[in-house]
Design a protein around this ligand. Structure first.
Ligand code: GLC
Ligand code: CA
Length: 560
């Protein structure tokens, strides 16, 4: 059995601070708003909060462009508010994870400003600059957000590399002094009593620098940058050092945003791994091709989804520990992604909740997921705030897709779907803010979907999530639910996803009917006890079970 640790037993709640709760009526969520809602998070059953970035930033990419790692953006509050949040959460048994963004900084960071103005300064080597003789960019890599990955320094033949937006220059991890600066900053935060970090885009920090013209893989004449900067040989030296100098001495929880190939996985999440867990993208990004082009959506079946989930579970279980999630701030709403439009309702939403809560790994709930929030489509492309949405739209047009169609596909996948304000109640701005207008529109469905409404209703998505989290955090089933080995359970129905979790003397059988019709599965002997299900029906073991549409049911037995 796995070694027991606090972060394996945790339930995490992810907050997008700009959209969670506004406390001072400026239409933007803030730290005080989060402090005021700690009781809600505790009641939901989460004991860790991951906060998306709240540092100083020009907010070109929602705060993932940091201009000062040591201070809180005034829009979110003060440095003292952050300390207070850590303290108050701590008193309630909740640990805080911050986002660690160290693949790049903002171009407004003072290091980069120095580097720009003075190519001879030591800061120039904190980034990746390259001068060319002919004035053309050093190569034709495409940044993840679209367009060239190199930006010219005005009036020169000097370029800098940016894997993401041009306002996010990449840091040069080869530089020892820079690495020391990063460790100092990470320890500064950890010493304040943080639980740890979610670590952004970390697989990109080692670059295989090659210059010239590469075979393009798109209509734009550019080539996917990931081929050269993802998981490159030598990255392990940087990650090892980072862990040794910061996380390990603090016994931190660290979740790396890292799609790691199987050969490397043990180094990442094994017993002595660089991180305590990783997010993989294998089922959250099932609708996107490997090159990340939202505008060429991949259609998928339930069988494929099952295969991806099972492969990921088996692979991670062999090597260490993982994080499981259906949503985050880079995704659209899971109910819109995985379910046909006409099938989005209480049963299918709760089935999805159960689907990820009973997997092996630490569950991450993204704000609003627990009330079944849905996508929101804005009127025109100009209304979107998310930089990736604009990049994808431009690429779609370049690929010859008509405007209307490009808009429709990109809007469905836009990250802004998950960045709309949290829907607390049926009042003004859904209880998110007293302001006249909020930074991002409130989804007009808030009268139908809100915390207040669901709190009153025993049979709500929210109350189902509360039960799931409760089961995971304590009581009879918590141990097998957390530490049980994952074992696929073969069924004949193509749209049923089922597995077992196996501990020394206990087992769970977890079944999901991922379709709008009935399905029948065999039930082995001994599974006489129902743990949870989204239909009220009574359960007896008769050797088989007839599932209702989108039913989920979890059964339990003890073994010798
Ligand atoms: C990660 C973040 C995403 C951000 C990108 C660049 O993927 O989750 O929101 O845009 O890194 O920092
Ligand atoms: Ca505010």
């Amino acid at each position: 059995m796995d070694k027991m640790t606090w972060w394996k037993e945790a339930v995490v709640y992810q907050i997008y601070p700009k959209s969670f709760q506004d406390s001072n009526g400026d239409g933007i969520g803030d730290l005080r708003g989060i402090i005021n809602r700690l009781a809600y998070i505790k009641e939901l059953g989460a004991n860790v909060i991951w906060l998306c970035p709240v540092y100083m930033s020009p907010m070109d990419d929602g705060g993932y462009d940091i201009s000062d790692y040591y201070h809180i953006h005034p829009m979110f509050g003060t440095d003292a508010d952050m300390d207070e949040l850590i303290e108050k959460a701590g008193e309630m048994g909740i640990k805080i994870l911050m986002d660690l963004v160290v693949n790049h900084t903002s171009d407004e960071h003072e290091w980069f400003q120095e580097a720009l103005q003075n190519p001879k300064s030591k800061y120039a080597d904190y980034y990746i600059f390259k001068e060319t003789k002919d004035g053309n960019p050093p190569n034709n890599w495409r940044s993840y957000f679209g367009g060239p990955a190199w930006e010219r320094v005005e009036g020169t033949n000097r370029f800098y590399l940016h894997a993401f937006s041009r306002k996010q220059p990449d840091l040069n991890w080869e530089n020892r002094e820079l690495r020391e600066e990063i460790y100092r900053m990470v320890n500064y935060w950890l010493d304040k009593g943080l639980g740890g970090f979610r670590i952004d885009a970390i697989c990109n920090i080692k670059k295989r620098m090659e210059y010239g013209f590469f075979q393009p893989d798109g209509e734009d004449g550019l080539r996917y940058i990931g081929d050269f900067i993802l998981n490159q040989p030598g990255i392990e030296e940087f990650l090892y050092e980072l862990n040794e100098r910061t996380f390990r001495p603090h016994n931190s929880m660290t979740v790396a945003e890292a799609n790691v190939p199987e050969e490397l996985l043990e180094q990442f999440i094994g017993e002595k791994g660089f991180f305590t867990m990783v997010f993989d993208f294998s089922y959250a990004d099932i609708d996107v091709p490997d090159t990340g082009e939202w505008f060429r959506p991949r259609h998928f079946t339930v069988s494929e989804l099952r295969k991806n989930i099972f492969n990921s579970q088996k692979m991670v279980q062999e090597k260490g520990w993982g994080a499981v999630y259906l949503e985050n701030h880079d995704q659209n709403r899971s109910v819109n992604k995985y379910l046909p439009k006409e099938d989005i309702h209480y049963y299918s939403k709760t089935m999805l909740g159960s689907l990820f809560f009973f997997l092996r790994g630490t569950p991450f709930i993204y704000q609003g997921q627990e009330i079944g929030m849905e996508n929101m489509t804005l009127e025109s492309i100009a209304d979107y705030d998310d930089i990736a949405t604009h990049g994808q739209y431009e690429r779609a047009l370049k690929a010859g897709i008509r405007e209307e169609e490009a808009f429709a596909i990109v809007a469905k996948r836009s990250r802004d779907n998950n960045r709309t304000p949290m829907q607390w109640d049926e009042g003004k701005n859904a209880g998110f803010s007293d302001a006249k207008s909020t930074w991002m529109k409130v989804n007009p469905d808030y009268k139908r979907i809100s915390v207040a409404r669901q709190e009153k209703d025993g049979e709500s998505v929210l109350n189902f999530y509360r039960k799931l989290a409760g089961l995971r955090r304590g009581g009879k089933y918590a141990s097998v639910m957390t530490y049980g080995v994952f074992l696929p359970y073969e069924v004949e129905e193509a749209s049923v996803i089922a597995w077992q979790r196996i501990a020394d003397t206990e087992r769970l059988l977890v079944i999901h009917n991922f379709q709008n019709r009935e399905g029948v599965v065999k039930i082995p002997e001994g599974y006489d006890e129902k743990v949870i299900g989204n239909y009220k029906s009574e359960y007896f073991n008769t050797g088989s079970y007839r599932l209702k549409p989108y039913e989920s049911i979890v059964l339990y037995k003890t073994t010798e």
